[in-house]
Design a protein around this ligand. Sequence first.
Ligand code: GDP
Ligand code: ZN
Length: 337
Amino acid sequence: MDADAENGTSGGPEPWRGRVVRGDRGVVRVWTPGGEEVAVRTLAGADDGAAPCVGDWVLIEAVGTDLRVVAVEPRRSVLERAEPGGSSRRQVLAANIDAVAVVVGLDQMPSLEKVERLLVVAWSSGAPATVVLTKADLASDAADVAEEIATTLGVGVVVCSAESGDGVAEAAALAGGGTLALVGSSGAGKSSLVNALVGESRVATSAIRADGRGRHTTVRRELVALPGGGAVIDTPGLRGVGVTDSDGLVGAFADVEELTASCRFADCGHQVEPGCAVRAALDAGVLSLRRYESWRALQREAQWLERRADARLAAEQNRQLRRSTRAQRRMRRERGH
Ligand code: GDP
Ligand code: ZN
């Protein structure tokens, strides 16, 4: 830190606003209003939840020669997953998104359950989700697969190919001028789709190494501008995607969730209760057993995580209460009471 900054005499310009295009531990890359990209240090000691992530709007201040994030603006939507392996920890994948595309490669169709899981995570963000079936050039039955997913999962589907360019404009339209986040397994075709969406401009800077050997390194941005307006965020390919809360089920399982409104009992467990509209739909063959079981499994997972999160919050509130009680006692003692 330079002397000016230490003495607080740098008196730089007012903080300015930028958007995080890539987040790493301790430093983020931010788009400035002028369109350049700069490296900015994040707040020291910020916990994981408060650390800026890709898509965040941040306020930046110059401290000496350093740029620092001084505040992260409240997020209007957050795409996050629970870390796999029974952890209740959440990992923020993208912030301030307007739509989510669940990307599925037509070369290797994942199971419907996997797509449903991704859809729950997507809808939990607060932004609407669509399935994007890519690599259509590799499948002769792309239209049939799209039709099946649309009807069995009750979701909008776009078919495209990064290779041929077919359907890429429809995929771009999902951003609607805002920010589209892509989620999907590794190898699904997300980065190829980003390339197709933005042309060749995706790869950011190439830099000469400090030792002068001239090896070019590329900085991969996670958030890139779309030529027609808006932006796209590519999230890392995830091996495990845990659902975080039941909110996402309302969007991903609208058909089942709607049925629950007609159950006789408000606290119906949808198993053995009389007057259960979900069981009735199952018996009538309106709802498939596969979909019902998938819904139950994801619901249980979400509720378990919600309870764990509640317990953690309660423990934290307890700790804070004890701390402030101790502080009050100390103050009273010091005042001689
Ligand atoms: P990501 O891990 O989800 O980012 O997937 P990639 O974009 O890296 O794609 C995985 C593989 O699928 C790569 O070998 C791509 O070349 C290939 N691929 C991606 N999109 C298409 C496509 O539309 N058509 C074809 N034929 N191959 C594709
Ligand atoms: Zn019921």
